[in-house]
Design a protein around this ligand. Structure first.
Ligand code: ZN
Length: 60
């Protein structure tokens, strides 16, 4: 529980930095459903499918 909170916090910090540093859109995704979507807001939110906390995906 605590580790997940740390990961989400880290992901949030990274995505916020990316959005400030460039116009490149980052992707967020659900580690459970393997779904991805554009990060369109400062908060990652949770998966609509399973409720898991979304994580920032590395850009390819
Ligand atoms: Zn999910």
């Amino acid at each position: 529980m605590f580790e997940q909170a740390v990961q989400v916090s880290e992901a949030f910090r990274q995505s916020a930095h990316q959005m400030q540093g460039s116009l490149h859109m980052a992707l967020k995704g659900c580690p459970e459903c393997r779904t991805t979507q554009m990060i369109a807001s400062p908060s990652l939110g949770t998966c609509e499918g399973c409720g898991s906390a979304l994580v920032v995906l590395p850009r390819e």
